[in-house]
Design a protein around this ligand. Structure first.
Ligand code: NZQ
Ligand code: ZN
Length: 379
């Protein structure tokens, strides 16, 4: 086992009506609130009204920034930060999925350090402080509600990239599974693909950590068991709770303790696909993971076969990959680019992007030949 430091300062409030504590929680940080959200789902499903009720309860002075898009843009973060600075805000309340919460985290850094957000994303400037972020999660997928990561797109530099800082853990996160009842079937499934991919990135990380491996296996088994149930009954509280907690635990540190780091090569591939075609994050991963496993099947056969044995009771590398593909198909996640209307005519465009951004894993390093092969395997 590798040395590690366990650190997770987020106070996570999970369950029915946890939103009732939002007002008093905000009050701990001040009255001037920057409320950030997406393109309107929270107004349709009533979550917006519940949040506003809590803000009114403590007479918060609210400034709103909305319209954050899925696969969020640094431009929105710059504008939100300007608004936040102008109104001298004390705390940010982010209501949404990963896109909204990630945008809020970088907005907070940008305000507190009075710095261009992209300077953090490229690790050119190290943030030294932040504005507190309170997250109200509405979609189970990314784990951002209990981690220090954020991912943004920049059209000027031509990339989607991630940034990690211990300053970016939300101070509090509110997770009411009922808030995810209205998540459409496709995004529910993408969320499941994402949490499985997070578990696998850890599993293929550097260092032997058998307990962390077992957490990975348990989280994936939990997700695979409940996936067909939640897709059939999206308003079942128990099913939504199980997926929500699985998604949080897949990327809050639990699966990485005792390893140096995860691999994250598949996420790198996924981010490039999202950048090029605005593909939903989880959909990029259900396409990229089988391709990555096929590329590595002769390089790390025992590790892949062991995974299949634990998850599916199989014995070979090929069976592991086939079963994983079968599972993704069963929840209607794509496993090939052609299923999302990206045909062979895009091959060179994707290869060029992968080579230009030098997609790579932290553990399993890729050559340009590997990058080309992976694209061919995804088509
Ligand atoms: O725009 P709104 O109205 O918010 O609608 C969203 C969006 O259209 C909708 N939605 C969210 N909650 C809903 C809902 N619709 C109905 N009812 C609800 N309760 O769902 C759509 C997708 O939302 P989004 O926030 O984009 O999805 P997700 O949570 O999957 O976040 C994806 C982003 O997170 C990044 C991804 O790269 C991507 O940019 N990631 C962040 C990570 C992190 N910070 O740790 C790790 C991940 O690997 C990932 O990279
Ligand atoms: Zn992910």
């Amino acid at each position: 086992m590798e040395n590690f430091t366990a650190y997770n300062p987020t106070k996570l409030h999970f369950g029915k009506n946890v939103i009732d504590k939002l007002g008093e929680t905000i009050n701990e940080y001040g009255k001037r609130v920057l409320l950030i959200y997406g393109k309107g789902s929270i107004q349709k499903n009533g979550i917006y009204d519940k949040v506003i009720q809590q803000l009114n309860l403590v007479q918060a002075e609210v400034t709103e920034y909305y319209g954050i898009k899925s696969n969020p843009l640094v431009d929105d973060v710059s504008r939100a930060a300007q608004l936040g600075k102008l109104n001298h805000i004390d705390v940010i309340v982010a209501v949404g999925g990963g896109s909204v919460i990630d945008s809020a985290k970088i907005t907070a850094l940008s305000i507190a350090n009075n710095t261009d957000p992209w300077a953090f994303m490229t690790y050119k400037v190290k943030p030294i402080k932040t504005v507190p972020v309170i997250a109200v999660l509405t979609l189970a997928a990314t784990g951002t509600e209990m981690n220090g990561a954020a991912v943004l797109q920049n059209h000027k530099t031509g990339e989607k990239r991630g940034f990690v800082s211990t300053l970016m853990y939300p101070q509090h996160s509110f997770l009411d599974p009922e808030f995810t009842f209205s998540v459409p079937k496709n995004y529910t499934a993408y969320g499941i693909a994402d949490l499985i991919a997070h578990s696998l990135e850890a599993y293929f990380g550097e260092g032997d950590a058998t307990l962390s491996d077992r957490f990975v296996e348990a989280i994936i088994k939990e997700a695979m068991e409940v996936a067909p149930l939640v897709l059939e009954k999206p308003t079942n509280y128990d099913y939504r709770s199980r997926i929500m907690w699985a998604a949080t635990t897949a990327l809050n540190g639990l699966t990485s303790h005792g390893r140096k780091y995860g691999d994250w090569g598949v996420h790198d591939i996924g981010h490039n696909l999202s950048f090029l075609y605005d593909t939903a994050h989880g959909a990029t991963l259900s396409i990229a993971y089988p391709a990555w496993l096929k590329l590595h099947k002769d390089r790390i056969p025992e590790r892949i076969a062991k995974l299949g044995n634990q998850l599916f009771g199989t014995n070979t590398v090929d069976e592991t990959i086939t079963h994983l593909e079968k599972f993704f198909k069963s929840i209607e996640c794509p496993i090939k680019l052609s299923e999302i209307n990206i045909g062979k005519e895009k091959k060179n465009e994707i290869i060029n992007q992968m080579i230009q951004t030098q997609i790579n894993g932290l553990v399993y390093k890729l050559t340009d030949e590997d990058r080309t092969k992976i694209v061919e395997l995804m088509l």
